[in-house]
Design a protein around this ligand. Structure first.
Ligand SMILES: C[S@@+](CC[C@H](N)C(=O)[O-])C[C@H]1O[C@@H](n2cnc3c(N)ncnc32)[C@H](O)[C@@H]1O
Length: 128
């Protein structure tokens, strides 16, 4: 497996290095995109394919009384997201779930916004 396949599903040591790199390398475009997202302070947000959790952290900052959940099918991504957001998880404002976006079960109207950064091109059935 090539190191760059860790962008699709981070695994093992290479995956741990990749999620740390993504948290830094994706930062400029993520911060640019988030400028256009208007959220109320108590918004509920889902970040799909959350990777290393840097965008969960940014979303939590944008909605200081809100809740942000992340989902990713890579255990390495979930572990890193939990570590990066451990304070918010302890406060009950953040949850990180392991699973595929193809099999999510959430109430359709629970979230005020759903985000996905640098991940949709990996999804098996984007329209669904
Ligand atoms: C290139 S990384 C981007 C991570 C993060 N969103 C960012 O911008 O730094 C793609 C992430 O999407 C996740 N991913 C890809 N397909 C997925 C799927 N079907 N369900 C859940 N997560 C998925 C991967 O495990 C990986 O963590």
């Amino acid at each position: 497996m090539s190191f760059f396949e860790n962008t699709r599903k981070p695994v093992g040591l290479g995956g741990k290095i990749m999620v740390a790199m993504m948290n830094l390398g994706h930062s400029p475009v993520a911060r640019w995109g988030l400028r256009f997202l208007e959220l109320t302070p108590d918004a509920k947000v889902l970040d799909c394919g959350c990777g290393g959790g840097a965008n969960i952290k940014r979303l939590l900052k944008k909605c200081p009384q809100g809740i942000v959940k992340g989902i990713d099918y890579s255990p390495v991504s979930v572990e890193k997201s939990k570590k990066v957001n451990e304070a918010a998880i302890a406060e009950g404002r953040c949850t990180v779930l392991q699973g595929s976006v193809a099999n999510m079960i959430f109430a359709g109207d629970w979230f005020d916004a759903v985000t996905a950064f640098e991940t949709v091109y990996f999804w098996p059935d984007l329209p669904r």
